[in-house]
Design a protein around this ligand. Structure first.
Ligand code: BGP
Length: 488
């Protein structure tokens, strides 16, 4: 038997980058696109933002005021970094790095401007045709998220988004349209970005307005149920329209550690891990796990289900699992507070880890732990569709951007992916988050950058939108060219 580790990346490994329409595309009111929930989120100065628990959420009253007074400016997601008008240039840059895959999302409101329209917007459909054609020209596989943190605003105002069962039908109309249209151009589809996000931030995850803090969990889990059913029926549509489609769920993989080896902390960490894996359990195993019964009972959550929901969930499960991974989380049975910030929620400080400039803890080994745990649980291929470091970058006088911190972060995580493969995990691909700089989801800042390509734009929307290759651009190109063998 060969004694060397089987740690090579598979030959068809999908290296690439990831984006989301609402943070990248811009052109929020062009060519018939309707408003979406993300178009209502403002940029706030840091001091003001930190006062808010959910700076990325907007209330009904705020939306009404914005619409009534036609308030302009300081809505960075409306402009993104203008992929809409730069897609040829951006995809050429991705091709230059050797991308095998490009994860992007379709903006639902570009296809169905109000969400509940009878007919799709042809100009919106034509835009994605051009984008996919451009990808295919370079042999880049589009990996398409159907819903990434934006919902047509009309669905929010009229139906309260995914809190309402009717939204399932509107969504399926949209899915049928794009599945049919891009039948021969797209092979990989993800249903809902970070589907577990909906119970943390129902507005972001599902266009849901929460009327009272007490209601947040109830409404969040009900909306999650609707998204589960919609995901299963999406798989059904895939089987009807093109059985070769690969349908994946997408969860924010929140690896949870106990703060101490006090059994109480260990039990708490297990519970929190279950809350995370609940979302993949339903979509992979096709049923609600029994550990949730107690949680629902204790929190007065009674899910409204239709007679055949359980059967649908069981019958149409996903083909693969995709995840975002940024950090691990540390919890204690006794302490409710958080002492560091993080993706979607905060955590207790882990003294063994360093933090990013935004206070997110950096934990490559946590990725390996999380991958192994997922694979052992489901035995399904895993696609890492988000990972990366949000950092301040400096454009130098000679147009260079030196970002060794980003290379260090990615190298450490890719090394742990290799280790996970050696541990037996079946990994399909890796798309680094925000490969071309884009707007931050949580802070709406431009200055929180993840990309290999710098975009000249600041937090106030000023800049030429010119693209510049960072040092990490050349590094990632080499990583892809050597299929992960050379990470130097
Ligand atoms: C995930 C989202 C992305 C993205 C990323 C980084 O939660 O799926 O949309 O933005 O996190 O987060 P942020 O932009 O807040 O730094």
């Amino acid at each position: 038997m060969n004694a060397s580790l089987p740690a090579d990346f598979p030959r068809d490994f999908l290296w690439g980058g990831a984006t989301a329409a609402n943070q990248y595309e811009g052109a929020f009111d062009e060519d018939g696109k309707g408003l979406s929930t993300a178009d209502m989120v403002r940029w706030l100065p840091k001091e003001e933002r930190l006062k808010k628990e959910y700076p990325f959420e907007v209330s009904r009253a705020e939306i009404q005021a914005i619409l009534k007074n036609n308030i302009q400016g300081s809505f960075p997601k409306r402009r993104g970094t203008d992929f809409y008008h730069h897609y040829k240039e951006d995809i050429a840059l991705m091709a230059e790095m050797g991308f095998k895959a490009f994860r992007l999302s379709i903006n639902w409101a570009r296809i169905y401007p109000n969400g509940d329209d009878q007919e799709p917007n042809e100009k919106g459909l034509a835009f994605y045709d051009q984008v996919f054609d451009e990808c295919l020209k370079y042999g880049i596989e589009p990996v398409v998220t159907l819903s990434h943190y934006e919902t047509p605003l009309n669905l929010t105002l009229k139906y309260n988004g995914w809190a309402n069962r009717k939204t399932i039908d509107f969504f399926l109309r949209y899915v049928k349209t794009v599945f049919t249209r891009y039948r021969d151009k797209v092979n990989y589809w993800l249903t809902f970005n970070e589907v577990n996000g909906i119970v943390i931030t129902p507005y972001t995850g599902g266009g849901v307005l929460v009327d009272s803090p007490q209601n947040r969990l109830k409404i969040g889990y009900q909306a999650a149920h609707h998204q589960f059913v919609a995901s299963a029926l999406t798989k059904k549509l895939a089987l009807e329209i093109n059985p070769k489609f690969n349908i994946g769920c997408m969860i924010a993989r929140m690896v949870v550690y106990p703060e101490t080896n006090n059994p109480k902390d260990i039990l708490e960490a297990q519970k929190q891990n279950e809350f995370n894996l609940f979302f993949s359990d339903v979509q992979v195993r096709g049923e609600y796990p029994t550990y949730m019964n107690r949680f629902f009972a204790e929190n007065g959550i009674i899910l409204q289900m239709s007679a055949d929901d359980q059967q649908i969930l069981k019958k149409y499960t996903v083909d693969f699992i995709s995840i975002s991974y940024y950090m691990s989380y540390t919890v204690s049975a006794e302490k409710n507070e958080t002492t560091v910030s993080g993706n979607l929620k905060g955590s207790l400080r882990n003294p063994y880890l360093q933090t990013s400039e935004w206070g997110w803890e950096i934990d490559p080994l946590g990725l390996r732990w999380g991958l192994k745990d997922l694979y052992q649980r489901y035995n399904l291929p895993i696609f890492i569709v988000e990972n990366g470091l949000g950092a301040f970058d400096q454009l130098e006088k000679d147009d260079k951007i030196h970002d060794p911190y980003r290379v260090d972060y990615l190298r450490a995580h890719i090394l742990q992916m290799k280790e996970a493969i050696a541990d037996g995990v079946e990994l399909m691909g890796f798309t680094s988050w925000g490969c071309i700089d884009l707007i931050s989801m949580s802070t709406s800042e431009m200055s929180k950058r993840y990309g290999f390509v710098y975009v000249d734009l600041d937090d106030h929307g000023q800049g030429s939108l010119k693209r510049y290759r960072k040092d990490s651009f050349y590094w990632y190109k080499k990583v892809i060219a050597t299929n992960g063998a050379n990470l130097d």
